[in-house]
Design a protein around this ligand. Structure first.
Ligand SMILES: Cc1cc2nc3c(=O)[nH]c(=O)nc-3n(C[C@H](O)[C@H](O)[C@H](O)COP(=O)(O)OP(=O)(O)OC[C@H]3O[C@@H](n4cnc5c(N)ncnc54)[C@H](O)[C@@H]3O)c2cc1C
Length: 407
């Protein structure tokens, strides 16, 4: 058993850490408070990360979303400095992954944007009445000739207000089955409305409205998957998916396999937030004096530091264990990524609470980063699967067929 990152992974982590420290850490508090990134700012972020080899374009995606360990380290490091940036790369990756399977004409538009790091994507499944239960999507796709006509709405969609491309969950009115459509805003225009939330303030989140939106039938996920099958062994050259992902397809549904990495990523981003809060608390406990001595000398403060550190260590181990199972394509990846997401998300809430407590009144000040860590941590237990649903996924994988609590 080896608990160390490889030399290459350590180098990647250190480069990324230095970049984040220099590029974003000094302004994050002020910029995050101003609210959602504009499309221009989001593209600027994508372009800056591209210089480190991080991005969704053809030359970067394989070594990023196609390399689970690299993605996990990215999530932890970005979580530590500015979690609001994560959905640009996480949710944005979902339509990006399918772009190379799109019809020629669509590919000619999307690939150059991906190459230039000017592609902002979103994954739109949640609806006002379909949250945890997405089995009955009300957004419809009516087949008419060579295209679908899409009507309906989505809510709580990351990047919705700035995305140019979306992977949208719909119900086919003819077959009654659910599928996804790769949609481009320029050709199938939709409307959006910004939603406001307590954390991830710089991450745009919104509603999407589709009214008689025309989408070519060739953009349907089933057709894209057929295109993938036609590529045979060449598929791996075209799609930025890992060997582990391909292996997982033999034991789980493609969507289930696809969700393992974002969930492990959410777990490690939670670890990053918790680590930042813990380090602030540790420094404060050394420096702040009451009753004539540093508060770090008080046993109750040391107990809080113990509780914080042990839960960060546990969450990190579980997060990277989940990533390791994804790298290896193990059937356990589903359970481990769900467990890691719950444990780490809830640990981050407790750790940031305690970090504020150790700071006393200063912990509640809007001039300190503590309140942002606390608000960002609170976000981690809902998107990409609520803690409750992740516990039910775990229960089902432990008990086996016939034991799903919700299906
Ligand atoms: C900031 C943010 C970003 C998001 N980004 C995206 C995105 O990019 N794309 C996207 O499609 N969605 C996105 N979502 C939506 C997110 O996935 C949903 O909010 C989430 O799945 C929960 O759905 P809901 O909010 O409707 O809650 P509900 O489904 O109404 O659940 C309410 C409560 O009931 C619990 N519950 C529900 N069913 C059960 C059950 N069977 N057993 C036990 N408890 C249950 C839930 O855990 C929760 O506590 C985002 C949400 C947020 C807040």
């Amino acid at each position: 058993m080896d608990f160390e990152l490889s030399e290459t992974e350590k180098m990647y982590r250190d480069n990324l850490r230095n970049f984040l420290k220099k590029e974003y850490a000094p302004q994050v508090g002020q910029r995050d408070a101003k609210g959602p990134l504009t499309r221009g700012e989001a593209i600027d972020v994508m372009k800056k990360f591209k210089q480190l080899g991080i991005g969704l374009g053809p030359e970067t995606a394989r070594g990023f979303v196609g390399s689970p360990m690299i993605f996990g380290i990215f999530a932890e490091e970005v979580g530590r400095v500015w979690p609001s940036l994560l959905p640009l790369f996480g949710m944005g990756a979902l339509p990006a992954i399918y772009a190379p399977l799109a019809p020629e004409e669509v590919k000619e538009r999307l690939i150059p944007r991906l190459e230039a790091a000017e592609f902002i994507g979103c994954f739109a499944e949640t609806e006002p009445e379909a949250g945890c239960d997405t089995s009955k999507l009300k957004t419809t796709a009516r087949p008419v000739g060579d295209h679908f006509v899409v009507n309906g709405s989505k809510t709580w969609i990351s990047n919705a207000t700035i995305a140019d491309t979306a992977l949208v969950g719909v119900t086919n009115t003819e077959t009654g089955t659910q599928t996804f459509l790769l949609m481009e805003k320029e050709y199938s225009p939709w409307q959006t409305n910004e939603l406001h939330k307590i954390g991830w303030n710089a991450s745009p989140t919104g509603e999407m409205f589709f009214e008689d939106c025309k989408v070519p039938k060739e953009n349907e996920l089933g057709v894209l998957m057929q295109n993938a099958l036609k590529l045979g062994p060449k598929l791996r050259e075209v799609l930025p998916v890992s060997d582990g992902f391909m292996k997982m397809l033999s034991t789980m549904e493609p969507f289930t396999a696809m969700m393992t990495l974002p969930r492990a990523g959410m777990a490690l981003a939670s670890v990053g937030i918790a680590q930042a809060a813990f380090e602030a608390a540790l420094n404060y406990a050394r420096e702040r004096k009451q009753f004539g001595k540093p508060i770090g000398k008080f046993q109750l403060i040391q107990e809080m530091l113990y509780e914080m550190d042990v839960s960060i260590e546990t969450a990190r181990l579980l997060g990277y264990k989940a990533v390791d199972s994804i790298v290896k394509g193990q059937p356990d990846a589903r359970k481990l990524s769900a467990m890691a997401k719950v444990y780490a998300g809830e640990a981050a809430v407790k750790v940031t609470y305690r970090a504020m407590q150790i700071h006393g009144g200063m912990g509640l000040s809007t001039e300190m980063a503590l309140e942002r860590y606390f608000r960002d941590a609170r976000m981690m237990t809902i998107p990409d699967g609520t803690s409750e649903m992740m516990k039910l996924v775990t229960g089902y994988t432990l008990l086996g067929k016939g034991f799903s609590a919700y299906a």
